[in-house]
Write a protein that binds this ligand. Structure first.
Ligand SMILES: [Zn+2]
Length: 301
C-alpha cells in the first residue's frame, strides 16, 4: 500500500510568549499527536530543506525577501506580520513554502499528501501580514507551474480569514484559481477579489456552511478543471476559536473535510492539505482540531 506523505519539520517551532495569539510550538505537538494515533501508520514522514531566497522571487518581491532575510524590515512592517523577527522565524519562513510545495509534488503521485504547517495566506507579494511572512500556497502553485508538474492549480482556502495575500500574488494568473470561503466580518486588510470569494455572516452554522461549500465546489468545478488542489484546512472556523466568528462544530469541520476530499478523490484530482489558522489558549483542544483533517485523509485514502 502506498503511504500518504506527511510533510513535517522539527524546525517549524517558534519561541513565543504564551500570551501570543499564535501557539509557537504547534506543529511538533500536532505531529506527535498524529504519530500516537492508530491511523498514523497510513502516513510516511517526509522532511525537506527550505527554499532559497532566490526561489521565493517566484511569489515575492526581491527587495521584500532581502529585507526580511536580513532583518531590515521596519518596525511597522514587522508589526503587520505580528511576529518578532528571529533566526527561527526566518528558518520556518523558508521551510514552510518548501513543505507545501513538497506536499503538492508528492500528492501528484500518491493522490494526497498532508503538511503539518502551511497556510500563510496573508503574505502579499511586497509585504507580510497577520503571522504570515512568505506565502507557501502561492509559492507552491507557481512552482508547480514553473516546473511543469501541473498546469492548473486550485487553491481552496477554508481558513476563516480571506486568502487575500494569495489572491494578490496569483491575481494575474488564469491557471491558478483562488477560492476563499471565509467569515465576512473580521477586521483586517482590504478584501481582495479572487476567482471565487464566499463571505459568510457571523454565526454561520454547520448546515449553512456546508451548503455554501457545496455551491462553491460546484461553481469551481464547472469553471475550472485543476490538475491539483492545495487545500487550506484552517480550523479557525470553529465556534470556540479565539479569532473566528463562525459557529462551526468539530463535526462540521469533519464534514467539510470529508466533502472536499471526497469531491476531488471522485474526480481523480490530487489534494495537498495544509493546516491553516487555528487559535486557542488550550493546546490539546487546538491540536485535536488541527488533527481532524489528517484523520479524515487517513479514512478516505
Ligand atoms: Zn485564519
Amino acid at each position: 500500500m502506498v503511504k500518504i506523505p506527511l510533510i513535517h519539520s522539527a524546525s517549524y517551532e517558534l519561541e513565543l510568549h504564551d500570551t501570543h495569539k499564535v501557539m509557537g510550538q504547534k506543529s511538533t505537538a500536532l505531529y506527535n499527536a498524529i504519530s500516537a494515533m492508530h491511523w498514523s501508520k497510513k502516513f510516511e514522514t517526509v522532511t525537506c530543506s527550505g527554499v532559497s531566497p532566490k526561489d521565493l522571487t517566484l511569489a515575492h518581491d526581491v527587495k521584500y525577501i532581502d529585507r526580511f532575510v536580513n532583518n531590515h524590515l521596519s518596525r511597522s512592517e514587522m508589526k503587520l506580520i505580528n511576529l518578532p523577527w528571529s533566526a527561527r522565524l526566518l528558518k520556518r519562513s523558508l521551510l514552510t513554502p518548501a513543505g507545501t510545495f513538497e506536499a503538492a509534488k508528492l500528492a501528484l503521485t500518491t493522490g494526497v499528501a498532508c503538511h503539518t504547517a502551511g497556510g500563510s495566506h496573508h503574505a502579499y507579494r511586497n509585504f507580510g501580514y497577520g503571522f504570515c511572512v512568505f506565502n507557501d500556497l502561492a509559492y507552491a502553485a507557481l512552482r508547480l507551474r514553473k516546473e511543469k508538474l501541473a498546469r492548473r492549480v486550485l487553491i481552496l482556502d477554508c481558513d476563516v480569514h480571506q486568502g487575500d495575500g494569495t489572491i494578490d500574488i496569483c491575481k494575474n494568473n488564469p491557471d491558478i484559481f483562488t477560492c476563499s470561503i471565509h467569515g465576512g466580518q473580521y477586521i483586517g486588510p482590504e478584501r481582495m477579489v479572487g476567482s471565487l470569494d464566499v463571505a459568510l455572516p457571523d454565526g454561520t452554522d454547520d448546515a449553512q456552511y456546508l451548503s455554501k461549500l457545496k455551491d462553491a465546489l460546484n461553481f469551481t468545478s464547472n469553471n475550472f478543471l485543476p490538475d491539483i488542489v492545495i487545500y487550506d484546512a484552517g480550523v479557525d472556523v470553529h465556534l470556540n476559536d479565539k479569532l473566528g466568528r463562525l459557529n462551526i462544530t468539530s463535526d462540521g469541520i469533519i464534514a467539510r473535510d470529508q466533502l472536499i476530499l471526497a469531491f476531488f478523490q471522485k474526480r481523480n484530482i490530487p489534494v495537498a492539505t495544509v493546516i491553516g489558522g487555528g487559535y486557542s489558549v488550550d493546546r490539546s483542544e487546538l491540536i485535536n482540531r488541527h488533527m481532524l483533517v489528517f484523520e479524515t485523509v487517513a479514512q478516505l485514502y
